[in-house]
Design a protein around this ligand. Structure first.
Ligand code: CDP
Length: 226
């Protein structure tokens, strides 16, 4: 399938499989995949390790904002990095998951991440997943997908994914975390998680990855005539 140089924005609730879907889209159509959540998780790890967020999630916004000026957060061979250090495993921990949504409410953090994402977007042929890609980061993205799925099914998927990576997971804790993140993400003031009016909804509760691929090929061929 020969699809034009477009930006594909995939937004939606926590653990709906946005990143798995985005990765196979990137693979199938030779697009570049960008995980915006990994950048929010990276800033969160940085904030935890440098004392800018307390156990009760009080954030030293000024301190964090100043420190981000020299934060070299980027993607590399094995995923997400701070400088030379690969942080891919640490950013998937429940500790980071528990603090990332409060960190993502901070306008200065969102500016920091948005600047990086828009830089990547200049290249086109990009598929990006997150919460506000189709609404704020790339409101002109040519294809927007909004993903949702039953919360319990999402918790099972995320727990299995964590176990596979060697991170311990308790199902009830995972479920509570993703529901709490959905709540914070949907109600925050800056760029809340909302469905863009021109986004197509995909509820993948009972779909396999193959089903999703069939679905998107249908959408693309209808939309772009290829
Ligand atoms: O993969 P999962 O659904 O667990 O989340 P993620 O994509 O890794 O994102 C982690 C958190 O970052 C989300 O719960 C949001 O609080 C925040 N985020 C955001 O605010 N905006 C984005 N574009 C992406 C993530």
């Amino acid at each position: 399938m020969n699809i034009p140089d477009i930006i594909i924005a995939i937004d939606g609730y926590s653990s709906t499989g946005k990143s798995s879907f985005a990765k196979i889209i990137a693979n199938e159509f030779s697009f570049q995949y960008l995980d915006s959540g990994a950048l929010y998780r990276g800033v969160t790890l940085f904030a935890i390790e440098n004392g800018f967020i307390s156990d009760d999630c009080t954030i030293d916004v000024q301190g964090l904002d100043a420190a981000m000026e020299s934060l070299d957060l980027h993607f590399g061979q094995e995923g997400t990095y701070i400088g030379e250090r690969c942080i891919e495993k640490e950013i998937r921990s429940l500790e980071v998951a528990g603090k990332v949504s409060p960190i993502a409410t901070v306008a200065e953090v969102r500016d920091f991440v948005d600047r990086k994402l828009r830089e990547f977007g200049k290249r086109k042929r990009v598929v990006m997943d997150g919460r506000d890609i189709g609404t704020t980061v790339f409101p002109d993205a040519e294809l927007k997908i909004f993903m949702t799925a039953d919360p319990m099914i999402r918790a099972h998927r995320r727990a299995a994914e964590m176990e596979a990576k060697g991170v311990k997971a308790d199902l009830q804790e995972v479920l509570a975390n993703l529901q709490e993140r959905d709540r914070i993400d949907s109600t925050r003031e800056v760029s809340p998680l909302t469905q863009a009016p021109d986004a197509i909804v995909l509820d993948n509760s009972h779909m396999t990855i193959e089903d999703q691929m069939e679905w998107i090929k249908g959408v693309i061929s209808e939309r772009f005539g290829c």
